[in-house]
Write a protein that binds this ligand. Sequence first.
Ligand code: 8YV
Length: 328
Amino acid sequence: MSKPKILVARAVFPEVIARLEKHFKVDANQDDENWSKAQLTERMRDKEGAFTTGGERIDAQLLAACPKLKICANMAVGYNNFDLDAMTAAGVLATNAPDVLTETTADFGFALLMATARRITESEHYLRAGKWNKWRYDMFAGAEVHGSTLGILGMGRIGQGIAKRGALGFGMKVIYHNRSRLDAGIEAECKARYVSKEELLKSADHVVLVLPYSPASHHTIGAAELALMKPSATLVNIARGGIVDDAALAAALRNKTISAAGLDVFEGEPKVHPDLLTVPNVVLTPHIASATLPTRLAMANLAADNLIAFFSGKKPLTPLNASVLALE
Ligand code: 8YV
């Protein structure tokens, strides 16, 4: 029997490509070319499976042009690049890559919170620019982290990881808001108290965003929400671009409506709103929250495991629209 044809849409670890090649006829984008939607569709047209990252939009238009496609395995926990309804309607299974990145991403969320609150990049830029010629008592005085109030919007696995770091490691009071309230057992484990979004924004010293992107969460944080926050508060976004209105945030940072922000994700990334590049009180990183080599390898292997399981007639490990499998 001939091997199923799959597309690997972005460059990934050579050992993962080698694994996939044992099972599939692989068309791999190892040069990491930036394909347009039309180029992606063209390369996917004759494929039965696809290995995607968060950047490739899989929608009804693409699916209509790729009738052989049966599965798209995302090397990301977030899957807002998938039109899940269109995929389900087309009978295409979608899988994501949760769990393996939880702790690494929570570490980064906390690192960004610390760097933001304690003005690490701002002070480093000052030092590198040769501006440091004497010590001053209030030089780069930042916000207290230990003992302060940490507000987490989006209390999934990564949010819970950040809550534990804050509560257990830094003695923070943790409040959270989520679509649904967590079980009392999980709240106790995370030492977290459920509050309304408004209360969270008004009372947190540090707000961390870890909620999934969907049209419903678009601009969850805009000018009105920023105005609710304390002028001394910091905001960290490791979720998705589009959850924050970046133009409104840049204005709030410039006007000191809030004191600082740490951003790993941006509206329209890899482009960054030009106003964010000119305000000093923001730490900017290029979507690297899950970026350690062991974690990225685990994410790639999980996407590969999903493809291999599916084409061997087994249940994929992390399906998003398992109802499609019932139709098989
Ligand atoms: C990915 C992410 O690295 O998993 C996610 O949802 O945002 C990151 O961990 C990125 O999406 C590329 O796949």
